[in-house]
Design a protein around this ligand. Structure first.
Ligand SMILES: [Zn+2]
Ligand SMILES: [Zn+2]
Length: 151
């Protein structure tokens, strides 16, 4: 459950409330907003996530059609592994997105690029058996082995 309600001072909102979780890469060349809720955070310790991010990945996500990417200078690049691809900023290198080739209707969003992730809980750990010893996953969080539906 994640909500930011943007209301100008003195403005009384009417009708349905638009929720827009927002975030950006480090240099802010790329920003994004999401209409609706973000899913809970999943950690992934697979070697692809590890190498592409520099550590294990913590990602939230949303339906792709709920995601609006603002990229006026066309800095978003995708590193494509065939079965999935990682989206990153060409200027600052921030990893922002992940999409699986078999379920492009969902986009994972790196939790760290979300401006306020205070309402997002950790829901699970993928590839826990591949975790490096210094990143031992919490055994109290559900662990999943192999490829899950979402990353
Ligand atoms: Zn950037
Ligand atoms: Zn992974």
């Amino acid at each position: 459950m994640y909500r930011i309600v943007r209301v100008a001072q003195g403005h009384v909102p009417r009708g349905p409330t638009l929720t827009q979780p927002v975030g950006s890469c480090l240099c802010e060349a790329i920003s994004f907003d999401v209409v609706g809720e973000l899913r809970g955070v999943l950690h992934c310790h697979c070697v692809n996530c590890r190498k592409s991010s520099g550590n294990f990945v913590a990602s939230s996500g949303c339906p792709t059609d709920a995601l609006t990417i603002h990229d006026p200078d066309e800095q978003l690049r995708w590193y494509d592994l065939g079965f999935c691809r990682y989206g990153f900023c060409a200027t600052c290198g921030s990893r922002l997105f992940w999409q699986g080739a078999d379920h492009m209707e969902h986009t994972s969003i790196q939790a760290g690029v979300i401006d306020d992730a205070s309402q997002l809980a950790l829901d699970g750990v993928w590839f826990a058996h591949d975790a490096q010893p210094h990143n031992s996953p919490d055994p109290a969080v559900p662990h999943f082995s192999g490829n899950g539906d979402l990353d």
